[in-house]
Design a protein around this ligand. Structure first.
Ligand SMILES: Nc1ncnc2c1ncn2[C@@H]1O[C@H](COP(=O)(O)OP(=O)(O)O)[C@@H](O)[C@H]1O
Ligand SMILES: [Mg+2]
Length: 394
């Protein structure tokens, strides 16, 4: 039987669609009383993961549970988990209230519950209007209302802030935080960290189907250490000198500069001077959370001929450089990869030919991002109405 814990566990989940590795060995858990953000760019594998969690897609490997049970084995899923995968599936001419009545009836709930949830999501004024005329934000609210019908312990929402105006986002934030504060569990996905930053406590960031960070948002914030960008005359000699001085937080930059994360400008200057390596400039860079997110997840769609516009400092770390749990893993210095394309025209430095011996870093993009495509090869039926509350009272 389900354990009533409100805990979501995702364990080594993997899903391949033919050649596409949509989700690769993903593990995380979500505790009750918190809001967990499941973040990653479009195509990162968020929806696929949530669909596996909700029993809509069969994993290639791994498993997931809610309340200690796979979704299929929850006796009354609509009472345990409310889910919204995509805000669609409403009969266009049916009113919001009637839509909710249909689902309430299917779950064995009284009509009264439809009235309650339509108020709860702030759609009371539009309860008798046809859902077909709703804005995207209103559809999001109606889908949320549907998910809430069974008064579930766990809420799973895929991109719930999509289409919401700032007021709607603020409303959703208050709603979800209150919901979680009552001891329930909330897992929400987003491709925009900024959209949910104020809402979430815990964060799972994925890129190309793999975890790049998993932990408390506060820990991610704390990891935003500044770094010093140095333009040495001789990068190899400079790096050797740093290493000899016990400085190991060293990252090569595509533009020939070297980023140092565990030393101050003064320390670096001293080391360089002692080693007799000229430096042509040092700049301290403080990374903000949004940049960090971008760096953690960048590179998914990089292709020859197109480079990510540089952030401050003109550098985006390849996602592969990161290990789970530690976005600023200290690494042994490696020669920076050769760029497959020209330097950015707005790069500050004069062009320098890359040193010899570089390897081509380019890997073909995994798969073009696309908004939901009907499953081509996967036998799992597409979610119709995504509230999982259907017939859940059995
Ligand atoms: N049914 C499917 N058949 C084939 N490929 C799919 C299917 N669903 C998703 N994908 C692919 O899996 C990858 C992850 O997609 P998705 O989980 O929708 O990402 P996200 O929700 O993070 O945007 C993408 O490359 C997408 O094209
Ligand atoms: Mg998605």
């Amino acid at each position: 039987m389900q354990d009533g814990s409100g805990r979501i566990v995702v364990q080594n989940l993997t899903k391949n669609f033919g050649q596409v590795a949509a989700v690769q060995n993903l593990s995380f858990h979500v505790e009750p009383g918190s809001v967990t953000g499941f973040l990653g760019p479009n195509g990162a594998g968020k929806t696929t993961t949530l669909r596996m969690l909700l029993g809509l897609v069969r994993p290639t490997a791994g498993h997931s549970t809610i309340n200690g049970q796979p979704f299929e084995r929850l006796g009354n899923p609509g009472r345990v988990v409310g889910a919204v995968l995509e805000a669609q599936g409403f009969h266009p001419t049916r009113s919001a209230l009637n839509h909710l009545r249909v689902y309430a009836a299917a779950m064995g709930l009284p009509d009264q519950r439809a009235h309650e949830v339509v108020q709860l999501v702030g759609l009371g004024g539009a309860a008798h209007r046809a859902a077909g005329g709703f804005s995207l934000g209103m559809k999001q609210r109606l889908a949320l209302a549907t998910a809430l019908l069974g008064d579930p312990q766990v809420l799973v929402l895929d991109e719930p802030a999509n289409g919401l105006d700032p007021e709607g986002i603020a409303w959703l934030r208050t709603f979800l935080r209150t919901f979680a504060a009552s001891g329930r569990t909330v897992l929400i996905s987003s491709h925009l960290l900024a959209e949910v930053e104020q809402t979430i406590d815990q964060v799972v960031i994925i890129s190309r189907g793999q975890t790049v960070f998993y932990g408390m948002l506060d820990d991610l914030r704390r990891s935003q250490q500044s770094r010093v960008l140095v333009q040495p005359a001789d990068a190899s000699a400079f790096v050797s000198a740093l290493q000899a001085a016990g400085i190991t937080g060293i990252q090569p930059m595509p533009d020939g500069r070297v980023a140092v994360t565990d030393a101050t400008i003064q320390q670096i200057g001293d080391v360089a001077a002692k080693a007799g390596v000229a430096t042509y400039g040092m700049q301290e860079e403080k990374v903000d959370l949004e940049q960090l997110f971008f760096r953690l997840t960048s590179g998914q769609y990089s292709a020859p001929g197109y480079a990510q516009p540089p952030q401050q400092g003109g550098y985006a770390l390849p996602a592969q450089a990161y290990q789970q749990q530690n976005p600023y893993q200290q690494q042994q210095y490696q020669q920076p990869p050769q760029q497959a394309y020209q330097q950015q025209p707005y790069q500050q430095q004069a062009y320098q030919p890359p040193p010899q011996g570089y390897e081509q870093p380019y890997q073909p993009p995994v798969q073009e991002s696309s908004p939901y495509q009907p499953p081509a090869s996967d036998p799992t039926p597409a979610p119709q109405q995504d509230s999982t509350g259907q017939g859940g009272d059995a």
